[in-house]
Ligand binder design. Structure first.
Ligand SMILES: NC(=O)c1ccc[n+]([C@@H]2O[C@H](COP(=O)([O-])OP(=O)(O)OC[C@H]3O[C@@H](n4cnc5c(N)ncnc54)[C@H](O)[C@@H]3O)[C@@H](O)[C@H]2O)c1
Ligand SMILES: [Fe+2]
Length: 378
């Protein structure tokens, strides 16, 4: 039996933020809207036209812009309190994965009297939430269409809320928002999306035909657009393809969850604040080489390579990834992001606990395997 879920209302409109009043229609229960974002996104003025459109339509707005990359628990809880006090009847998550994940958890917790640590895990968060609209400004996480929120816990490690109430009511994909995304963020977040598509396709427990189709389609768009998006940043078509590709990959992995690339990437973000996409990019090739020793993974990587028209083997797919990493000038080694070799045991201790994702990987991975992979990119 296969099953597949996703957000039911997805709108694609470059420039659509200026009509945010039209895009919230039917969602809020009263005139009060809370917007969850970060200071970077706010300072860029990306929301300004949207805020003006909402104000003109008579909405009262509260902007919570305290979200930081890899959102920690205390900021999420502060957001919940602020939104509760304001009495918002719609939460809009506006930004990259960090504001969107925070918005998802806030929309849920603001409708309950429970704590964040009560909802960590798979299918633990159950019941209602405030209406939720998500507007991504990066093309990577796919968070706008996943039922996942990743929160940094006090220990510098990450934990996840994974449950269907986290699927948003509506998504707006406005490629104009991503035009100013710097090259290194475009590259890293785009590679994150590629990892989502590849890991969904090779996910052993919940691999399904719909995720497979979405993952392949996502990779075709992403691999063809990422170089243009990085090297000719105002190419709206490339930006739109990146945004749609990231969303398709998000739909894929929300139903066929990610594996060891993410498992090994999490400690880099949790302990060293390496951006999520870059963490994935750093570990992906060596994890894929490790996986390719196993029959199923070898076959699946070959199928992806064939679909992309680059060959029929895992090596062909890996070579294509290396080419794209070159083209987008993304960093390659742990030392490039100031992680010393002596941190590897601590990172391996953390990564090996990520059973939520490691269990989806096509080849079993021990702590020794993880240490070897980290050492090979030290
Ligand atoms: N929920 C999910 O399914 C899921 C999946 C993957 C990753 N994540 C999480 O998402 C987070 C990472 O998200 P992200 O990679 O989108 O980055 P992010 O949201 O952390 O943002 C990174 C930086 O980019 C800036 N930025 C955002 N949009 C911009 C724009 N248009 N122009 C210029 N700068 C812009 C932000 O201000 C911030 O400084 C991590 O916490 C990760 O764990 C969640
Ligand atoms: Fe990711």
């Amino acid at each position: 039996m296969h099953s597949f879920r996703t957000v039911s209302d997805i709108r694609i409109e470059p420039g659509g933020t200026a009509r945010l009043d039209a895009h919230v229609k039917g969602l809020p229960r009263n005139k009060r809207i809370a917007i969850i974002t970060d200071q970077g996104v706010r300072a860029l003025g990306l929301m300004d036209a949207g805020l003006a459109a909402l104000r003109d339509a008579g909405y009262e707005l509260m902007v919570f812009d305290d979200v930081v990359a890899d959102p920690p628990e205390d900021i999420v809880m502060r957001g919940v309190e602020t939104v509760k006090q304001f009495g918002a009847s719609l939460v809009i998550g506006f930004g990259g994965g960090s504001p969107m994940d925070t918005a998802k958890v806030i929309a849920f917790l603001a409708d309950h009297d429970i704590a964040l640590h009560d909802i960590y895990g798979v299918d633990v968060a159950q019941g209602s939430r405030l209406p939720l609209l998500l507007v991504p400004t990066t093309s990577g996480t796919g968070s706008e269409v996943t039922n996942v929120a990743i929160i940094t816990t006090g220990k510098g490690s990450k934990n996840a809320v994974v449950s269907d109430p986290l699927y948003a009511d509506r998504v707006l994909l406005d490629a104009d928002l991503t035009l100013g995304l710097p090259g290194h963020i475009t590259a890293a977040t785009g590679i994150d999306a590629m990892v989502h598509a590849i890991e969904a396709y090779t996910s052993v427990h919940r691999k399904n035909p719909i995720s497979d189709a979405l993952g392949l389609s996502a990779l075709r768009k992403l691999t063809r657009a990422i170089g243009r998006a990085v090297n000719t940043p105002d190419d709206v078509d490339a930006r739109n393809d990146m945004l749609i590709g990231a969303m398709l990959a998000g739909q894929a992995f929300s139903n066929a969850p990610v594996g060891a690339v993410h498992g090994l990437a999490y400690p880099l973000g949790g302990f060293f604040h390496v951006p999520h996409g870059l963490s994935n990019s750093l570990v992906m090739v060596e994890v894929m080489k490790f996986n390719a020793q196993e029959d199923r993974a070898r076959r699946w990587y070959g199928e992806i390579a064939a679909d992309l028209g680059v060959g029929e083997t895992p090596t062909a797919l890996i070579d294509e990834i290396l080419r794209l990493q070159d083209e987008t000038r993304v960093q390659r080694r742990l030392r490039d992001v100031d992680i010393a070799e002596d941190a590897i045991p601590m990172m391996a201790d953390d990564a090996v606990l990520k059973d939520r994702v490691l269990r989806n990987n096509p080849r079993e991975m021990t702590r020794d395997d993880i240490v070897k992979i980290y050492k090979s990119i030290a």
